[in-house]
Design a protein around this ligand. Sequence first.
Ligand SMILES: Cc1cc2nc3c(=O)[nH]c(=O)nc-3n(C[C@H](O)[C@H](O)[C@H](O)COP(=O)(O)O)c2cc1C
Length: 200
Amino acid sequence: MDTYSPSRKDARPRMVVGITGASGSILGLRMLAALRALEIESHLVITRAGRLTLHYETGLKPADVAKMADVVHSIDDVGACISSGSYQTLGMVVVPCSMKSLAGIVTGVTDNLLLRAADVVLKERRRLVLVARESPLHLGHLRNMVAATEMGAIVVPPVLAFYNKPETIDDLLDHITGRILDLFGFDTGRVRRWKDDSVA
Ligand SMILES: Cc1cc2nc3c(=O)[nH]c(=O)nc-3n(C[C@H](O)[C@H](O)[C@H](O)COP(=O)(O)O)c2cc1C
């Protein structure tokens, strides 16, 4: 009888990236670029509102963004590979994550692929990072963040850091992206860390 032999031993790790209609779509693009640099296979799914906001904020069309991901899934394709727990991924980052998608994830209303993929990541006890963006927050938003945390997700609002002396918007985006990937154990090499002079 054969021993256990991983079928993906030479394959790259995979990560699901969800982009929703919250402001900050540039962060989703930065995440895709960082995953490419780290040689992690990205699986992208964008909500309808996400496409609108992304175009509004960056001028990019879905086809431009598709080039930045390894695999692109339609939001309606609830039968895509990432909708099954048997499809192995490291987890998922929803960046940026709207309050609507946050609510959908918390309530388990999986009526689009992004919500289903997030639900799968939670049920498989993989890492789910929600870069929740809204301001100010009402009690319902806050309660949903508590519920997401109780369910095992990590809520990471894209809050700016200044201890690292950012000089440009790029610096701010690099820091946020790098700190999100820290949560998966990846070092982008672009986080200027407290009391660490190794990054110029
Ligand atoms: C330019 C723009 C910026 C928006 N910013 C936010 C935001 O920061 N947070 C949020 O929760 N919704 C924001 N919205 C509203 C969401 O796009 C809207 O609630 C949408 O239904 C979210 O759907 P989705 O989660 O399926 O993408 C924004 C909409 C637009 C057009």
